[in-house]
Design a protein around this ligand. Structure first.
Ligand SMILES: [Fe+2]
Length: 339
């Protein structure tokens, strides 16, 4: 298969209170608003190359409206759409979107909207925010620990291996690693990538029957020091840190998780490896090996198993999963013993 996708370009998330979420992204994450169109707010990190990387949209519940990848060419966009439809999924073409050209949006087998496009408007700042350095899309943010750019999105799906296989078979995502429970042969987490990063798409096991949920999405900061400063500043300003700072075993990124006002989880990442091996075979991790916490010394809070919208939210279907199984399945990051 030719390489179809190049990188994650933007995510559109829903929140019950657009203004409250927007203010948080501006004041406490360090994003800037670029557009307000039809109720949607478009934001960017200072180092994003295109016009925006986050769309904040009004919704009844926190959730994922779509996640968008740029293809490698205009031809690759047509080929990706052809492959998706050959796999039995029918999407919708749009001639033009905000800051992007024609795009193809489809809902994957586990209920997640994905948008693909090639033509895109590059960010071209004028005046005070224009950088003095040619490669920088904009001046570095003055907000402490402000991320350089969007990094990845991690969704929840009821079958981690089948999800990874579908996105590998159809769109060429490389499967980089997965976590299987210590106690049972159940895959609870997997990471996929379209480039040299360890992942730009993650999947956690969803024990609910509610389709299309998101666990979190992540931004990139250049250094661990910036991530630590961001953690410090969040704490000082009354925004609790859900988990971290620590280092993931899988991917080896330093991580920090916290919540935006809608309760949706966001993450800061830095460090980690680059992997260019085209025929990479995914390694299998166990939680006890430190898949989530390299140091194997910190239990992950159970709150980290929440995905969005809530499994029992107003649009949810009957869960139908026994409680004891649910507790096990919904806890992909847990430490099992010292390991
Ligand atoms: Fe993540």
């Amino acid at each position: 298969m030719i390489k179809l996708l190049s990188h994650l370009a933007f995510v559109a998330i829903t929140t019950p209170n657009v203004e409250e979420s927007t203010e948080f992204y501006e004041e406490h994450v360090g994003l800037t608003v670029t557009d307000r169109i039809d109720g949607d707010v478009y934001l960017r990190c200072w180092g994003d190359y295109y016009r925006y990387s986050v769309i904040v949209r009004k919704g009844d519940e926190p959730g994922l409206a779509t996640m968008a990848w740029r293809t490698t060419s205009d031809e690759a966009l047509d080929e990706a759409a052809r492959r998706i439809e050959a796999a039995g999924v029918t999407g919708t073409w749009s001639e033009k979107g905000v800051g992007i050209g024609r795009s193809y949006e489809f809902v994957g087998p586990w209920g997640h909207s994905m948008t693909l496009f090639w033509d895109v408007e590059r960010h071209a700042p004028q005046g005070a925010v224009a950088s003095i350095y040619p490669d920088r899309p904009e001046k570095r943010s003055k907000v402490a620990g402000a991320p350089r750019q969007l990094d990845h999105v991690t969704i929840a799906a009821s079958d981690v291996d089948a999800f990874a296989k579908w996105y590998n078979d159809v769109l060429g995502f490389r499967i980089m690693a997965k976590t299987v429970l210590d106690e049972a042969p159940i895959s609870v987490f997997s990471v996929l990538t379209t480039n040299e990063k360890s992942h730009d798409l993650g999947v956690v096991l969803d024990g609910s029957t509610r389709a299309g949920r998101i666990n979190h999405y992540a931004f990139w900061v250049d250094t661990r020091e910036e991530l630590l400063i961001a953690a410090d500043v969040l704490m000082e300003h009354g925004y609790p840190i859900e988990y971290g700072p620590s280092i993931h075993g899988i991917g080896e990124q330093t991580f920090l998780y916290y919540r935006e006002p809608s309760s949706l989880r966001i993450e800061l990442n830095t460090g980690g490896y680059r992997n260019y091996v085209p025929d990479w075979e995914p390694n299998i991790w166990k939680p006890s090996l430190g898949s989530n916490n390299l140091y194997r010394n910190g239990a992950m809070p159970m709150s980290m198993t929440e995905s969005f919208p809530a499994a029992d939210g107003p649009s949810a279907t009957e869960e139908g999963v026994p409680d004891e199984l649910k507790a096990q399945l919904l806890n992909p990051y847990a430490q099992h013993g010292q390991g």
